[in-house]
Design a protein around this ligand. Structure first.
Ligand SMILES: NC(=O)c1ccc[n+]([C@@H]2O[C@H](COP(=O)([O-])OP(=O)(O)OC[C@H]3O[C@@H](n4cnc5c(N)ncnc54)[C@H](O)[C@@H]3O)[C@@H](O)[C@H]2O)c1
Length: 398
């Protein structure tokens, strides 16, 4: 019998005295004072959103771009403002550093913030290399501070309510799940993302796809990611639009994962070719099925038959499970600041701030961040080895 070589990556041991932060809580705080680094599209949106959230106060602002800094200052003139993120991380008026820069700055700012005793919320993807991911896990464990990735797709209505249904057992045992980021980017405008894709192969933007399905499968709670294999296409589009024969990111990257409980996950990435936006989001269970794209659908096995719910019937089916939404008082703010994302960003911020105010564990911990981000370097490793299986490192180290 032939055996296939599995690639393993090192799991660094914990330093003496360093402990797991699963279920981490911090002392409650009446007001959460927030310093935002990176005030481009996402950062400015966050400044506007956070002003609606009870107990949140934007207390510091930082961007190297003068126009971006000014636009944010116009929203919150009383906040400290500067161009040096190290200075922002040192400000006594900051409890939480909220990072909305380009990808390269996420990790250095997050580490500096925790070194100064601040909790961290960092945009997606928080980190792109295993070294950086371990640095964030280790720093969170050493400082016992929250380090949460701002993965908003888990708060989108369908994913959130389907998760509640899955946790109630409506779909039976979930045996397979799918997620994706399928969205042609405008590389004429999104220059730093184009350049990142030029230099990096693999699923470089995995967290919107993998986050919600990991939650539904209880990853590092009741199950664990065990092995992955990845294959990509050639970089047909990247090479054509840049004229660069060395453009790295393939048009489509496909990753299959197996869990310790024997379940599978399919994750896709395609920011190159024209196709309708999709995060796929499918849950395949022994008693039912949920899919968000292209048309939201749930299929349940009822009295020996498949019953398909769509449209108004689907709404009625999901309504009783929709219990973790925004409080009534924040609903007008959805239209004002968050209509494009239908309130999911507002709900993400609301739940983060409320958990900090009440001293509760956050919805997502640093191990979620680690597992979801690790898909990028691990998919690359598999691709570069002809689609070889890669053992998924256990970031919880238990
Ligand atoms: N969750 C989502 O739905 C979602 C959507 C889009 C983007 N994002 C993520 O949000 C982040 C920001 O994306 P964006 O579209 O707002 O980008 P952007 O380019 O509009 O903004 C980035 C900002 O960071 C600033 N910046 C760069 N270097 C800096 C430094 N050294 N110090 C301070 N500021 C610095 C830039 O000047 C810019 O204003 C990215 O990580 C991206 O992946 C998330």
């Amino acid at each position: 019998m032939s055996s296939i070589r599995h690639i393993t990556v090192p799991v660094p041991s914990r330093k003496v005295g360093q402990q797991s932060v699963v279920g981490l809580t911090a002392a409650p705080m009446e007001t959460v004072r927030i310093g935002i680094v990176g005030l481009g599209i996402r950062g400015l949106q966050a400044v506007k959103r956070l002003q609606h959230i009870p107990g949140a106060q934007v207390s510091a602002l930082c961007d190297v771009n003068a126009a971006s800094l000014e636009a944010a200052r116009a929203e919150t003139p009383q906040a400290w403002a500067g161009t040096d993120w190290k200075e922002l991380c040192a400000q006594p008026c900051v409890d939480l550093v909220y990072i909305c820069t380009d990808w390269q700055h996420h990790v250095p700012v997050a580490l500096e913030a925790m070194d100064h005793g601040k909790h961290v919320a960092v945009e997606v993807p928080a980190a792109g290399t295993l070294e950086d991911i371990w640095a964030l896990v280790d720093k969170a464990e050493q400082t016992r501070l929250h380090c949460m990735m701002l993965e908003n797709s888990v708060y989108d209505h369908f994913e959130r309510v389907a998760l509640a249904m899955a946790q109630e057992g409506v779909f039976g045992e979930i045996v397979h799940a799918e997620g994706a980021y399928l969205h042609k980017l405008d590389f004429g405008k999104e220059v730093w993302r184009r350049e990142y894709n030029r230099g990096h192969r693999g699923d470089v933007y995995p967290t919107h796809g993998i986050g919600p399905v990991c939650q539904a499968l209880g990853i590092h709670r009741t199950d664990a990611l065990q092995t992955l294999v990845s294959l990509d296409t050639a970089a047909f589009t990247g090479r054509a639009i840049t004229g660069d024969a060395a453009f790295a990111n393939g048009d489509q990257t496909n990753t299959l994962l197996k869990t310790a409980q024997g379940k599978t996950i399919l994750i896709e990435h395609n920011v190159m070719t024209p196709r309708p936006y999709s995060r796929m989001y499918q849950l395949v269970g022994t008693q039912g099925y949920a899919a968000k794209y292209p048309v939201p659908q749930i299929c349940l096995w009822q009295d020996g038959e498949e019953v398909i719910y769509e449209g108004e019937q689907l709404k009625a089916l999901m309504a009783p499970y929709d219990t973790a939404g925004l409080p009534e008082e924040l609903l007008p703010a959805v239209q004002e600041v968050d209509a494009k994302h239908e309130g999911m960003d507002l709900l993400m911020d609301y739940r983060l701030i409320q958990a900090l105010r009440e001293g509760r564990p956050l919805d997502m911990d640093v191990y979620d961040l680690a597992e979801w981000c690790a898909l990028a370097p691990l998919s690359l490793l598999s691709i570069e080895n002809g689609g070889a299986p890669v053992e998924f490192p256990q970031f919880v180290r238990e």
